[in-house]
Design a protein around this ligand. Sequence first.
Ligand code: URA
Length: 230
Amino acid sequence: MRVDRFLSNLPRFNRQQVRLLLAERRVSVDGVAVSDPHHEVREFSRVCVDGEVLQPGKPARYFMLHKPQGCVSATSDPQHPTVLDLLDEPDKAELHIAGRLDFNTTGLMLITNDGQWSRRLTQPETKLPKVYLVETEQRIGPEYAATFATGVYFAFEDLTTQPAQLELLGPTRARLSIVEGRYHQVKRMFGHFNNKVVCLHRERMGPLALDRALAPGEYRALSENEIRQV
Ligand code: URA
């Protein structure tokens, strides 16, 4: 089979991405970098992208879960149920979470065994927006939007958050779009104004929005089209 067809057959790459990977010489077959899309891949060829071996025998898996409150974004926890406990799937140990949520945060959680795909979603460099609905204890002031757009200084990490967009939905309700996923980022951004976040829900990660048909605790596999959008 041609190497470009081998790569496009994997759910994680579309044809345009494959053309780019080859042109950038990020693909190797049996240890040799290849850029020719016609290059032949045989049954036992070792095909790598950025040094990662692609295993056509092990299909990539992608799930969207509506995370409920009161479960941990971890693969195991001695005390609490985890998001993986909600999945009725084989080989769960191979899966990981693309962008964790706090214990009481609800909403979109993406779970996969495809490390490159989840990195594209979560790396700040790709600038994919993560969109949250936020409910706060105090009123959200008119100055918040400008501060979030400039960035909030986090002393612990000694960094300033990347520009974020705030849309006011009510006196204590807003939609916040951020491109990073720092520890407790949304709560700490509102914490800058001593305003406590009392409810937090993730609506979207990049091109993927939480399916409204999923009740808290429910999940479904992503479609091929959804996988390719990332
Ligand atoms: N920011 C937070 O503070 N908590 C989350 O769960 C997600 C983003």
